[in-house]
Design a protein around this ligand. Structure first.
Ligand SMILES: [Fe+2]
Length: 271
């Protein structure tokens, strides 16, 4: 099974990159299932129904969220209609669910969304919730498990690899929007601390730099904005899983707006 994972899709520039390149990539790389993070897809904050449909129509199969999942209130009406999840460690009374199960080519795949702790909203313990969910999936004999670990702290993401790496297929870090250079396969688990955004590459975490610069230079915050025009990039992770759900090989494609691609490779670790 070959899955693709797309990190934080930030605003219109991010959506346009996927509209332009994802249909071609799906065909060229024979991708079986595409996961993308939606939490910044609508002008940097949350997800509207219109943008949800755009992403599904260009080849995304399901979407994960994060601390901005609920920024657009209409998302509350979308969980029952579309393949969307929000972090599983939000309290039980929060709308939506944090685990998505689907059959892909006759194999059960589960996608789990977890929100980190540092600088994040008050949610349940990310590590114990993730551990409990994975245990329940393993009990159901589901071996193909992908976790979107949406967190600020690199330490929390690396710790999750140590806690669950031998039980899941992939742990993909999202949220910081800046791609890290540590793609690896450990004990059959594909891991990267942060996959990086799909959106503007010449701003500040995909946003117009004016507002963050003002905030940092004066201490006065203002609304972050996604520029209409910018230099764009898309980070897309391709992972090949065997019958037991173990990662065999992974590639991170860094796709620039002119179509050029830089590939980072990870193979099964050598003992
Ligand atoms: Fe986030």
């Amino acid at each position: 099974m070959r899955i693709a994972f797309i990190g934080d899709v930030v605003g219109k520039p991010g959506r346009m990159m996927l509209q332009k390149y994802l249909p071609l990539l799906r065909e060229e790389h024979a991708i079986d299932f595409v996961i993308a993070n939606y939490e910044n897809a609508s002008h940097g904050f949350g997800l509207t129904e219109k943008n949800c449909l755009e992403l599904l129509e260009c080849g995304v199969d399901m979407m994960t969220g994060g601390n901005h999942s609920f920024d657009k209130k209409e998302v509350l009406t979308l969980f029952d209609k579309y393949p969307l999840i929000r972090p599983a460690n939000y309290p039980k009374s929060t709308p939506g669910t944090g685990v998505y199960e689907v059959e892909v080519n006759g194999v059960q795949l589960a996608v789990v969304n977890i929100l980190g702790h540092y600088t994040m909203p008050m949610v349940d313990n990310p590590f114990t919730v993730a551990d409990d969910i994975v245990e329940s999936l393993v009990q159901k004999n589901i071996k193909h498990i992908v976790i979107d670990m949406h967190a600020e702290a690199t330490s929390e993401k690396q710790a999750l690899l140590h806690i669950l790496g031998d039980k899941v297929s992939a742990i993909v870090g999202t949220h910081t929007h800046v791609s890290t250079d540590d793609l690896q396969i450990v004990k059959g688990c594909c891991y990267i601390t942060d996959l990086g955004l799909t959106g503007c590459r010449d701003g500040v975490i995909g946003m117009d730099p004016a507002s963050p610069i003002k905030r940092f230079m004066t201490g006065i915050g203002s609304h972050f904005d996604v520029p209409d025009h910018c230099k764009s990039i898309s980070h897309i992770l391709l992972v090949d899983l065997d019958k037991e759900g173990k990662s065999l090989e992974a590639k991170k494609l860094k796709i620039y707006d002119d179509g050029s691609i830089v590939v980072t490779h990870a193979k099964k670790e050598i003992d």
